[in-house]
Design a protein. Structure first.
Length: 278
């Protein structure tokens, strides 16, 4: 029997990487506005999720479904309905809300896909997610506010001239980390925070040993932004003495871009779990 891992497009996994690890990815959807451009988003239907789980079940083993946190989407609700339908026929689909999104979700799915059975996959997914951090910045907070994903006070703060809030996403939703003036400074601080989260301590002066990590770098519509951030992050981690096992660079998915805007930048720091197959 072969375990199958299913996630959704909010995990921001490059298609080839997902295929290589045997991970099924269910797309989240965008809803066009009056001008034809994406204006809002919708979760995958129960039927879409059921079909994805059936594809995984065809391998002959159980399915582990890891989806965008319920704090940001109703996808998990539909996932549980689809799993319940399949359970009536004796199929095993385990839906786990890890409370994460973007690369934190993608790296947890990758970690789970390396396990040989469901028990170990659950443990690896939980360990990866529980020790992950997602920090990001956006050019405009209005879409997050309109989508109900950010409180009014934080959204108004982002309207101040030159102010760039740094945000986090976790099981509680989206919240403020700190406020920085200017995009360039906010971008530098994004890198510094990632180094601190990896255990590298300060970006200047003596530093304690840092844990091995996997990183994810996300960008909106400009791949050059992503490459530049990846290079700066890799250099800062090296200077801090942090061992980086891999960096996953990918654009945010289309549905997430509706809420974050085209100029978003994000960094995920996750533990580098040993591959049990080695």
């Amino acid at each position: 029997m072969s375990l199958a891992v299913v996630t959704d497009s909010a995990a921001c996994l490059p298609p080839e990487l997902a295929r290589r690890h045997g991970i099924e990815v269910v797309p989240l959807h965008t809803v066009p506005g009056a001008d034809g451009t994406p204006a809002s988003t919708s979760r995958p239907s129960v039927e879409e999720l059921r079909r994805a789980y059936e594809t995984g079940l065809a391998r002959g083993g159980p399915v582990l479904a890891l989806h965008l946190t319920a704090a940001l989407s109703g996808t998990v609700d539909n996932a549980r309905l689809a799993a319940a339908q399949l359970a009536e026929g004796g199929s095993q689909v385990t839906v786990l809300d890890l409370g994460v999104s973007a690369g934190a979700l993608g790296l947890a799915a990758l970690a789970a896909s390396q396990a040989e059975d469901l028990r170990r996959a659950l443990a690896r997914a939980r360990e990866s997610a529980s020790r992950s951090h997602l920090t990001f910045l956006v050019d405009d907070l209005a879409p997050l506010r309109r989508g109900g994903r950010l409180d009014r006070t934080t959204a108004m703060m982002g309207g101040a001239l030159g102010i760039r809030p740094l945000l986090r996403a976790d099981e509680r939703g989206i919240s403020l980390v700190e406020v920085v003036r200017g995009r360039a400074r906010a971008r530098r601080r994004l890198v510094e925070i990632a180094v601190e989260q990896a255990g590298g301590g300060r970006t200047r002066g003596p530093r304690p040993p840092a844990m091995p990590v996997r990183l994810a770098v996300h960008y909106g519509d400009d791949p050059a932004d992503g490459r530049e951030l990846e290079n700066d992050l890799a250099q800062a981690m090296a200077e801090a003495g942090t061992q980086v096992e891999a960096i996953l660079r990918s654009p945010v998915d289309e549905a997430t871009r509706v809420h974050l805007g085209t100029g978003a930048l994000g960094v995920v720091v996750a533990p580098a779990l040993a591959d049990p197959r080695r």
